[in-house]
Design a protein around this ligand. Structure first.
Ligand SMILES: Cc1ncc(COP(=O)(O)O)c(C=O)c1O
Length: 364
């Protein structure tokens, strides 16, 4: 079935008389002895329903975590002490910061590469233990060749992880492109309503799944039952939300390209974007995130962000509400991200309203 159907129907209880249509969160830390569950840190019906749904969408077994960062931390814990991780030059700054932290204590070594440069990544991954890919990257919007990098990583004996947060399981399925594990900040498009912090991984490798599940138990970074339930409720409408947000993003990208105050638009859906061909080959849509540069200083970009009335000036992305922010306002953002780069997370409002607010903010 098409993913837009799977996202609605996967992970539901069996259709027997009087069964509810969806799983409910179980608010219990404790289960009666004698079964498989054991304890609230090991299992919950709401996690299981979300994990089954994400697993079916990505083509593997899902595992949910307290946040995207908790999922990333469990994955980095797979790297042997002193092992080496190849990671993108540009990616979510929290993930890169965690790697730097672990490198600073000698826990692991990190090499940073331009993920759009397939030859450079393939060379760097030789002898590495893990290859971390993000595509498209946050917030530079670079596109990695997921199939080629997965093949290079696997040939080198590295575990290949793809952070699929920007693309979502509906637009890109990295496991089918050869990756070992997909990771999500489910906080974003999956939950979709800016009311949940949650993470997930999906893998078709049972040994990896088992190792990661053991880490979730022992490190304790479990999702709350209510968060998992909310995320699954949000996920049911992902196909519709994405369809609208993506068409809004394409419309805005074209308009922004022609705007006199905008010097560069980064969106893989634009035919001249450096990642366009690759994204068209490996994704079924270009997503709802774009970035613009104004060709000026930080102050001008900051003023744009502070001059919108409809667009929400906030960090995070993937909600139904359109959001924007100048990424370098965060000291932890990678210094090669331009000071005047504004990341736009396009929501599901009417495109004309989004455009007129953005246009007046750019002129302000
Ligand atoms: C691409 C990407 N990966 C991972 C994360 C971290 O996820 P979370 O905030 O759910 O811990 C984020 C958060 O912004 C992100 O954008």
């Amino acid at each position: 079935m098409d993913p837009s159907t799977v996202v609605v129907h996967a992970g539901r209880p069996a259709r027997v008389p009087d069964a509810p249509l969806g799983e409910s969160p179980v608010f219990s830390s404790t289960y009666i002895a004698g079964g498989d569950r054991g304890y609230g840190r090991f299992d919950n019906d709401a996690w299981a329903a979300l994990e089954t749904t994400l697993g079916e969408l990505e083509g593997g077994r899902g595992l949910t975590f307290a946040s995207g960062m908790a999922a990333a931390a469990a994955l980095f814990d797979l790297v042997p002490v002193g092992g080496r991780v190849v990671a993108p030059q540009h990616a979510y700054s929290g993930v890169l910061g965690l790697l730097d932290q672990q490198a600073s204590t000698g826990r692991l070594k990190v090499d940073r590469v331009d993920v759009a440069d397939t030859a450079a990544v393939s060379a760097a991954v030789v002898g590495a233990d893990m290859l971390w890919i993000e595509s498209p990257t946050n917030p530079a919007m670079e596109v990695a060749d997921v199939a080629a990098l997965s093949a290079a990583g696997r040939a080198a004996g590295a575990v290949v992880i793809v952070d699929n947060t920007f693309a979502t399981p509906l637009l890109q399925q990295p496991l089918k492109l050869g990756a070992d594990v997909v990771m999500h900040s489910a906080t974003k498009f999956i939950a979709g309503h800016s009311d949940v912090v949650l993470g997930a991984i999906v893998t078709a490798d049972d040994n990896l799944w088992t190792s990661l599940e053991a880490r979730r138990r022992s490190l304790g970074a479990i999702p709350g039952p209510m968060e998992a339930w909310l995320a699954l409720r949000g996920l049911r409408t992902l196909a519709l939300r994405l369809e609208r947000a993506q068409s809004n993003a394409a419309f805005l990208a074209e308009r922004l390209l022609a705007h006199p105050r905008v010097s560069r638009v980064r969106y893989p859906g634009l035919p001249d974007d450096p990642g366009h061909e690759r994204a068209a080959a490996q994704m079924s849509g270009f997503g709802a995130i774009l970035a613009i540069e104004l060709g000026g200083d930080a102050g001008g970009a900051q003023r744009v962000c502070e001059s919108t009335a409809l667009w929400v000036h906030a960090t995070s992305l993937g909600g139904v509400e359109s959001m924007l922010e100048r990424r370098r306002r965060w000291p932890a953002e990678v210094p090669t991200i331009p000071e005047d780069l504004i990341r736009l997370s396009v929501g599901i409002e009417h495109p004309d309203d989004l455009w007129s607010d953005l246009d007046q903010a750019l002129k302000a």
